[in-house]
Design a protein around this ligand. Structure first.
Ligand code: APR
Ligand code: PHB
Length: 389
């Protein structure tokens, strides 16, 4: 089989790239190791930057998002009972869209299938060969038979545990990592959200986040120990921990209910450079991971996809290699800014085991400065809604 762009990974990065290239007449094949149902069963965050919203619209997959998504004009940062309302429009001409990232993936699958996009599920043993030549090819097994896919380029959209990043020789890769000494315990409940905006809550006993999917589906998180196990947390224990970390006025209004999903996720910052090696490009979680505190995971994958799709379209339209040659530097410039914001939000709002009294005071001073300073709030707003592509 031959294609122009082989895409490894059928998550949001791979699907959005495939859709954007298809609309410009560029042929792709997506190779996904799981089933579609498995991919759509992943619970993921739900805040979309305007850049991703616009890409979804440009990709022709925004109808349900525009109908069911909730536009948010601000967010709340709280410390104990103290609340800081960040009103985006006071600082930037942008909003965010609250719409489950699982729904983004679902909408992309619907569009790709409607256009007979070539997506191969349940692939095994994917190998990217000769990426550092002018004739790369991908080998894999499906239904027990070995396959070869010749291509012009390979897009590694296969996430943190994929094969693409590892295809780049170790001596060529530079990896940067910070593992946080805590995790997030998250639940999904069929209850109305506690507030009409997200609440990023810091308290003396740890972080909490109040989010949502729609008017009757809420997503909540509390900071937990890395050694914690989901089975240690009853629903009642979760709701108690949440109430003790969010401002009293919200705790008093919180409508609790049975969890329909409960899981613990570790937090890490990670970047692998470069994001291009020969004719292999890395996109999304294959190249970088952020702690979810800044809601930058999918949104940074989206800017990678924007740069790469534009570069490939430019090449196939008129042979101009500039975008391709400049992809890694351009993507990394924005990746690192997203890493910084995600690290800053995480460092500001969480309680670190063994944190010194001085560090605790620094956190409190940072929150006090944010509360008192419009410029500090503007910086948070600009980063949260998404820096320009
Ligand atoms: N072969 C084929 N497919 C693979 C392989 C492989 N060797 N390894 C992983 N995959 C698939 C996974 O099954 C998954 O469906 O690649 C896909 C990667 O998807 P994600 O991990 O969601 O990564 P990405 O598409 O970059 O999405 C980035 O989206 O949902 C948000 O916040 C989330 O940060 C994440 C962001
Ligand atoms: C979510 O809704 O799951 C969510 C929202 C914002 C974040 C992280 C997660 O920063």
């Amino acid at each position: 089989m031959k294609t122009q762009v082989a895409i490894i990974g059928g998550g949001p990065s791979g699907l959005l790239l495939s859709q954007l290239l298809h609309l410009q007449g560029i042929d792709t094949v997506v190779l996904e190791r799981k089933t579609k149902d498995y991919v759509l069963g992943r619970i993921r965050a739900g805040v979309l930057e305007i850049g991703l919203v616009n890409q979804m619209r440009a990709a022709g997959v925004a109808e349900r998002m525009d109908k069911e998504g909730i536009i948010h004009h601000g967010t709340v940062i709280s410390y104990g009972d103290d609340q800081i309302g960040i009103n985006f429009s006071d600082h930037v001409d942008a909003t965010v869209m609250v719409y489950g990232q699982t729904e983004v993936t679902r909408d992309l699958y619907t569009a790709r299938e409607a256009m007979n996009g070539k997506i191969v599920f349940d692939v095994e043993g994917v190998q990217i060969n000769d990426a550092d030549t002018d004739a790369p090819y991908v080998t894999y097994t499906v239904d027990g038979s070995e396959q070869r896919l010749d291509c012009d380029y390979v897009a590694g959209c296969d996430g943190f545990h994929g094969v693409s990043r590892q295809t780049i020789p170790a001596e060529t890769r530079r990896e940067f990592e910070k593992v946080y000494p805590f995790g997030w315990l998250g639940i999904l409940s069929k209850t109305p959200p506690v507030h009409d905006e997200l609440i990023y809550a810091s308290s003396d006993i740890g972080f909490a986040l109040c989010s949502m999917r729609n008017a009757n589906l809420s997503r909540y998180y509390v900071q937990c120990d890395l050694s914690d196990k989901v089975e240690n947390w009853s629903d009642a224990a979760f709701w108690d921990a949440l109430k003790r970390r969010i401002p009293e006025e919200h705790a008093d209004n919180l409508i609790t209910g049975p969890s329909i999903e409960k899981s613990i996720a570790p937090l890490r910052s990670f970047v692998s450079e470069p994001m291009k090696w020969g004719r292999l490009f890395l996109c999304g979680d294959a190249a970088h991971i952020v702690p979810p505190t800044g809601a930058k995971g999918l949104n940074t994958a989206a800017s990678d996809v924007h740069y790469l799709s534009q570069a490939l379209i430019q090449f196939y339209d008129n042979g101009d290699q500039a975008g391709i040659d400049g992809y890694s530097a351009k993507a990394l410039a924005r990746v690192w800014k997203a890493e910084r914001f995600s690290w800053w939000m995480t460092s500001l709002l969480h309680r670190f085991p063994g944190q010194s009294d001085f560090d605790f005071k620094m956190q409190q001073a940072e929150v006090a400065f944010l509360k008192d300073n419009a410029n500090a709030q503007a910086v948070l707003a600009q980063n949260y809604v998404g820096l320009p592509y």
